[in-house]
Design a protein around this ligand. Structure first.
Ligand code: GLC
Length: 557
């Protein structure tokens, strides 16, 4: 595969609203990011992905954009943004923005115009259809619950489509004028110096036509079918994505990572192969394992080492001949990883360091989500409204409708809520974890006294320093080529709760061994030159490989 500038990079996702507030508003801002660039550079970060920071009514926390060419006043100004890009560049880091173009906000001027004149020019910027027999045009359920269609006020029988919240109307990509506007907007950000984009919910931009009457068998008692079903029938998304690449990404040699889920298997190469639409896409395989009995939160499973190994192997094997996946443990849509994969008693710093080793050396481009490098944990909300998350509200409703009590529903929603990763970043042990001098928009996790950046930067044994060391090893010139391009292989599957894989090329074999349990285990395998262990002290470098409880070791075989 042709080498690209992004292949050996480490990425870091920032959720601007919760990163650092420099004004006392209770909301994080762009200047708060600029202030902490050295913190990120010292960690080893090369590329920073900003979740949306555009003007937005925040119905879906910024994934509902009302102005694509500006910065939300709560976050700062375009000048602040330019300064962030310039300061990042000085430190040899690049900024990528979140490209949310399946839908916009219902407060976008074009949508307002479309609602005022559904038959006018801007009506064609969205999907507007006549209802059928006094009901919605079809039976799709939106990702956030309820019908994917909303009646247009003042009309007899017209509806608009929203795959997500009703305040997120879908944009009509079939309309060439719409596509031109999008390409222009994307290039506007390239002109401001961004090095690429993370591309939101992109699989949804192509719909089957006609939409009206496109019904699927009901998958719940509400008589509706998940709108995700339509992606199986939508044909031709590649034409849109190729055009987007040709007009925007390719001329800028951009790094782009797609939030692609549910694509047809045979299309993966078109998405992220050597000449793919995108540079990479996220690895969500473990999410499918977790949701093997349904994506409703109440049906999700706890992730066992066995599930993780299976998912990892599937992804790595599938991607080997194709290209680079982006590996993740956390993002703004998931709870903290410790709650998904570690039993409560096992949530120690040692185990959190093991998780770092487990994913960092797989083939791909690692993404760290803010606070993951500190080992931040889930929190607890007494009330679902406090979470300020449309998805949590919907899942609470689903639980209650299935007969769960309020307490039971709160257990489920607290475990999986997206608000868990959206709580403010814990900078130090001062009030509000040093995130704000005002009232934080979302409560700070009370454990900030123990888990915070200041303490961890000062403590050489912290999770933070371990991430730093692990990243430095990945970039060490003696091993970098192997970690970036070496072939992935599972070394052993015989031991319960133990995951061992290797990265190999003609030069060397690097083995990554993780014991995901309290019990010590001795494997039928020789250890070699140990490059990293999550136990502070040195690991023996000869004899059979023994791993202590939750020990992770990287060695050269
Ligand atoms: C993506 C985002 C998520 C958002 C949704 C709609 O899945 O990651 O946060 O709610 O798209 O934009």
């Amino acid at each position: 595969m042709k080498k690209q500038w992004w292949h050996d990079k480490i990425c870091y996702q920032i959720y601007p609203k919760s990163f650092c507030d420099t004004t006392g508003s209770g909301i994080g801002d762009i200047n708060g990011i600029t202030e902490h660039l050295d913190y990120l550079r010292n960690l080893g970060v090369d590329i920073i992905w900003l979740s949306p920071c555009y003007p937005s009514p925040m119905a879906d926390q910024g994934y509902d954009i009302s102005d694509y060419r500006n910065i939300h006043p709560d976050f700062g100004t375009l000048e602040d943004f330019d300064r962030l890009v310039a300061e990042a560049k000085k430190r040899d880091m690049g900024i990528i923005m979140d490209l949310v173009v399946n839908h916009c906000s219902d407060e976008h001027p074009y949508f307002k115009e479309a609602m005022a004149h559904p038959d006018g020019k801007y009506g064609e910027y969205f999907y507007i259809e006549e209802g059928v027999d006094g009901k919605e045009p079809n039976n799709w359920r939106s990702y956030f619950g309820g019908s994917a269609w909303e009646k247009i006020p003042g009309t007899k029988n017209k509806y608009y489509l929203h795959m997500f919240h009703k305040k997120q109307p879908d944009i009509n990509w079939e309309n060439p004028a719409v596509r031109e506007e999008i390409y222009d907007m994307v290039n506007f950000w390239f002109d401001r110096g961004v090095v690429g984009f993370r591309i939101d919910a992109i699989i949804n931009i192509k719909k089957p036509h006609p939409l009206r009457g496109c019904n699927y068998p009901a998958d719940r008692e509400d008589g509706m079918a998940s709108c995700a079903k339509m992606t199986e029938d939508a044909v031709g998304i590649g034409d849109f994505l190729q055009e987007l690449k040709d007009r925007c990404f390719a001329p800028h040699q951009a790094f782009t990572v797609g939030e692609v889920c549910g694509q047809k298997e045979e299309d993966t190469i078109a998405y992220v192969g050597e000449d793919g639409y995108f540079s990479s896409m996220f690895d969500f395989e473990i999410n499918s394992e977790e949701a093997k009995d349904g994506f409703e939160w109440m049906n999700k499973h706890f992730i066992t080492p066995d599930m993780y190994r299976r998912a990892m192997e599937r992804t790595q094997k599938r991607m080997e001949p194709i290209g680079f996946i982006s590996t993740v443990l956390e993002n703004h849509d998931l709870p903290r990883i410790s709650s998904r994969i570690l039993r409560e008693a096992d949530r120690t710093d040692t185990a959190k360091k093991l998780l770092c080793v487990l994913y960092l050396y797989q083939k791909g481009i690692p993404f760290i989500y803010q606070g993951q490098e500190l080992g931040m944990d889930n929190t607890w909300f007494d009330d679902v409204d406090m979470m300020q998350d449309v998805s949590s509200q919907d899942e609470y409703r689903v639980c209650r409708e299935a007969g769960l009590s309020h307490e039971e529903a709160m257990q489920v929603v607290n475990r999986f809520s997206r608000a868990n990763t959206r709580t403010p970043f814990q900078w130090d042990d001062s009030v509000n974890g040093g995130f704000t001098t005002g009232t934080p928009w979302l409560p700070v996790n009370p454990n900030y006294k123990n888990i915070n950046a200041a303490e961890e930067v000062a403590n050489p044994d912290s999770v933070y320093h371990f991430y730093q060391k692990a990243i430095a090893l990945r970039k060490d010139p003696r091993f970098a080529e192997t970690f970036v391009y070496g072939v992935f292989g599972l070394v052993s599957q015989e031991y319960d709760n133990v995951i061992v894989y290797e990265r190999a090329d003609e030069k060397q074999r690097l083995v990554i061994a993780c014991n995901m349990q309290q019990a010590e285990v001795t494997l039928d395998m020789e250890v070699g030159e140990v490059l990293l262990s999550n136990y502070g002290e040195a690991h023996p470098t000869s004899g059979r490989l023994t791993l202590r409880g939750f020990e992770a070791v990287v060695f050269r075989a």
